[in-house]
Design a binder for this molecule. Structure first.
Ligand code: GDP
Ligand code: IMO
Ligand code: MG
Length: 457
């Protein structure tokens, strides 16, 4: 494993020295997203050769705070801030070329060098087009109108679901590699745009909104300008990653979204459209199942959710409002206020198990300071009976009654704590309760957004 010098942006101390991780590692969210994955990936990335995104798209918003600078990354891996490290957008990601270019330019303006050497995009990754974003928004509003028994998913509107749907449909899909073949791209866009216009116009009518038909030739021209800018990055990342592993390079996988949003294992249908638990790593990056040795499950010390769907521990009271304000719980991607509630350990135990978490990282612990009592959910009751596990059916989850365990809170400000031993006794008891219940060790406790506000054992 290399430990290349940090860029000028980096602080010298590396709080993760004590973790002593060996082998390829994954960082994956265990709740409904925004757990602080970006912070931990940034901290770990200096110890790894390649940071790899394997799922999702610009629905992700990963915040990295370095000193007084804040970076919001959506598609580019959070390892990008380190000089001399490779970053891969894997085949399982859906790529909005306009958004990647915007991110590249913003980072370059802030002094981060980005070339074909440190950012590679899989030729197999699927392309998000403007019609995917229209389809995303139109579908959610059509559902809101028509689905009396439920609620809209409340997507990020980034075209994620429609792009993955086209990937599965095949005939309307375009991959990043196609951007380098103008004749193929033109034919694909002619076909896709004809089908999208034919299906989206009546949908817009149903929703009572105006619809401007897409023009295939204009879209082609625009995409060709994106292709010019992204050409040096588009490559065979399967070979790149396998060659890297063969030459003893170390990989860090950066999960986007989170396990409760996983299309197979999350709170379906209120999920995103990819396998965003660690289970998506293999298909989304081409690395075989045994590759990943460490899975760091990232969980907030409380629970948040953006968009629709059941959330058993949601607090519609002053504690929920307080968590939202102290934790600044507003979306990195959409700015929407996040729904806040007590830590749901039933859910976290479930996602930690399916993710194969070898360690937990407990985030935003500082936000809970000053609350007299802290509750954690340790069971779900339906019709007076405790459920045996995490229900597959969202309508069941929306009706369960959470069973709480109450712990004493801590009043001390913990944002300057230097070690887990320095935490107040009640805070230590909270951490111990979490790891006992979930059955995985809490090896990182985060007490603020900065990298030096990270306690490790
Ligand atoms: P991600 O999507 O999982 O990368 O998380 P986001 O970046 O969307 O949201 C996490 C937010 O919490 C960001 O604004 C981080 O800067 C911030 N954050 C991360 N860790 C901590 C922490 O321990 N305490 C506090 N107060 N903020 C944190
Ligand atoms: P990061 O990586 C929080 C949620 C959306 C919506 C649902 C489906 O920053 O943790 P989509 O646009 O994916 O079809 O929306 O999933 N969602 C996220 N919520 N953090 C994310 O990513 C999310 N990615 C998707 O709010 O409820
Ligand atoms: Mg986020």
């Amino acid at each position: 494993m290399t430990d290349a010098p940090a860029t000028a942006l980096r602080a010298d101390a590396d709080p993760l020295d004590a973790l002593k991780l060996d082998g390829h590692t994954a960082v994956c969210g265990l709740q409904w997203g925004d757990e602080g994955k970006g912070k931990i990936v940034d901290l770990l990335a200096r110890r790894y050769d390649v940071t790899v995104r394997y799922n999702g798209g610009a629905n992700a918003g990963h915040t990295v705070v370095v000193g007084d600078q804040k970076f919001a990354l959506h598609l580019i891996p959070s390892g990008i801030l380190y000089e001399g490290k490779a970053n891969v957008i894997g085949n399982g990601v859906v790529v909005d070329p306009e958004q990647v270019i915007k991110e590249i330019n913003t980072l370059r303006d802030r002094g981060i060098a980005i070339t074909g050497d440190n950012l590679s995009i899989s030729e197999r990754a699927h392309v998000v087009f403007p019609y995917h974003k229209s389809q995303d928004v139109l579908f959610d509003s059509a559902v809101a109108k028509a689905w009396e028994a439920g609620a809209p998913i409340g997507t990020t509107g980034r075209g994620i679901g429609p792009c993955y749907a086209d990937k599965a449909l095949r005939s309307t899909a375009v991959r990043m590699g196609d951007l380098l073949k103008p004749d193929t791209l033109r034919a694909q866009l002619n076909r896709a745009v004809a089908i999208k216009n034919a299906t989206l116009a009546p949908l817009a009518q149903l929703c009572g909104v105006d619809f401007d038909a897409f023009n295939a030739e204009q879209l082609f021209e625009q995409t060709m300008t994106f292709a010019d800018q992204l050409g040096e990055h588009i490559t065979d990342t399967t070979t790149l990653l396998h060659d890297a592993v063969a030459s003893q390079k170390q990989l860090l996988f950066e999960g986007a979204n989170a396990a409760l949003l996983d299309i197979d294992h999350g709170t379906y249908p209120f999920v995103t459209s990819s396998n965003c638990s660690s289970l998506g790593i293999y298909a989304g990056s081409s690395m075989p199942g045994a590759t990943v040795k460490n899975v760091i499950g990232i969980a907030k010390a409380y629970q948040t959710r953006v968009g629709g769907g059941p959330m058993p521990t949601e607090l519609d009271d002053e504690v929920g409002d307080r968590i939202r304000e102290v934790g600044r719980e507003y979306g990195t991607t959409t700015g929407r206020p996040r729904r806040c509630g007590w830590l749901d350990l039933v859910a976290v135990k479930y996602t930690s198990t399916i993710s194969g978490a070898t360690a937990l990282s407990l985030m935003l612990f500082d936000v809970l300071a000053g609350l007299d009592k802290l509750k954690v959910c340790v069971g779900y009751k339906a019709n007076g009976r405790e459920l045996p596990g995490f229900p597959a059916d969202s309508s069941v989850l929306s009706q369960i009654e959470p069973v709480y365990h109450e712990l004493d809170g801590f009043s001390e400000d913990i944002t300057d704590c230097q070690s887990i031993d320095d935490l107040p006794a009640n805070a230590k008891a909270y951490v111990a309760f979490v790891e006992d219940f979930v059955g995985a060790p809490v090896r990182i406790v985060s007490v603020g957004p900065r990298r030096d506000q990270t306690l490790v054992r």
